[in-house]
Write a protein that binds this ligand. Sequence first.
Ligand SMILES: *Cc1c(COP(=O)(O)O)cnc(C)c1O
Length: 405
Amino acid sequence: MEFNNINFDTYFKHYPDQNGFFGKYGGVFIAEELKQAMAEITEAYFTICKSSKFISELRRIRREFQGRPTPISHLERLSGSIGNVQLYVKREDLNHTGAHKLNHCMGEALLAKYMGKKKVIAETGAGQHGVALATAAAYFGLECDIYMGAVDIKKQAPNVARMKILGANVIEVTEGLATLKEAVDAAFAAYSRDYKDCIYCIGSVVGPHPFPMMVRDFQSVIGIEAREQFLGMTGELPDAIVACVGGGSNAAGFFAGFLNDPVEIYGVEPLGRGSKLGDHAASLSYGEEGIMHGFNSIMLKDEQGEPAPVYSVASGLDYPSSGPEHAFLRDLGRVKYGYIGDEAAIDAFYTLARMEGIIPAIESSHAVAYAMELAREMGRGSILINLSGRGDKDMDYIIEKYGIR
Ligand SMILES: *Cc1c(COP(=O)(O)O)cnc(C)c1O
């Protein structure tokens, strides 16, 4: 399929290019010595991860350990309550550990093992990435250092407990505001000291090349499975697909299965409390081009041009930028990016629970809310939503803050 002069038949051959660019977005904007480490990971990715041995081992792990393929469910009652559009969900909430993040963590940790590394390192904010990586590290017998801000450690006690039970070292970061940004800095500093023996596992399609490509490729199992399953179920492709976008990994992997199809694609960012800077994290709608965390993309900046403070009820979505591929697909017009605020997401959370018996992650609820709006606009057809995770982690907070609806 041709779109704005880009031939999507060969898209994955050309994007990213050799230097890690999707058009003008992406690249490797980090200290010289770490560039060497990134080049080593890129080289290993193209040799090791493309080998039949690696591919068949990862396939086996996905089947036997992760519980893949995850199913697609038809949301019959919800569809009926809206009108004639049929809504479906790809159930990443049923992937082991309850979200899509394990898809790339297992890939990254398997690569670490093949590269002979002893340890995986990462930062975590809400703790979801840390738990997924700690799971993968336990499975492969790797050491695991997770850097986490002191403030987040207090807020996310259950995830901290999970990581510790899984055998990870949770390293408290007390500098500055002691949240995600400081944790990223501390993790990068540790990696610079130790990159010969370990690998830094980035938690989304962000950071320097090769991570936006590598994480997308590991997550593309979602889109590849979903396309085949949907065709098998209905004999057709969906008219539209929808996923939530924080850094953008679940969306990138889901979209990858459909970029070359006549399917409308929608990414959904969090509008939080509203459109004022600081109240949301809808970078692709309100941001501008800039460099942060080692890559060029669209970002929300403060007056000094630094990453702006962001907010969303969904801690997995409150990131001041999005992966470079999303910025590229936005500019091309291949994917449309919209937003959903806290209130609509909470509504969708309860609606899906009450009408379908599925408690979605509050991140995924943004995609569900958007799809419900889209269904009303479309009037007929079908929409496939990527349900990135389950909502157990959000229940206490939602009941406390919003009450039972
Ligand atoms: C982390 C997380 C997200 C956001 O991450 P992306 O990289 O944008 O996919 C979305 N949903 C769930 C359940 C998460 O845990």
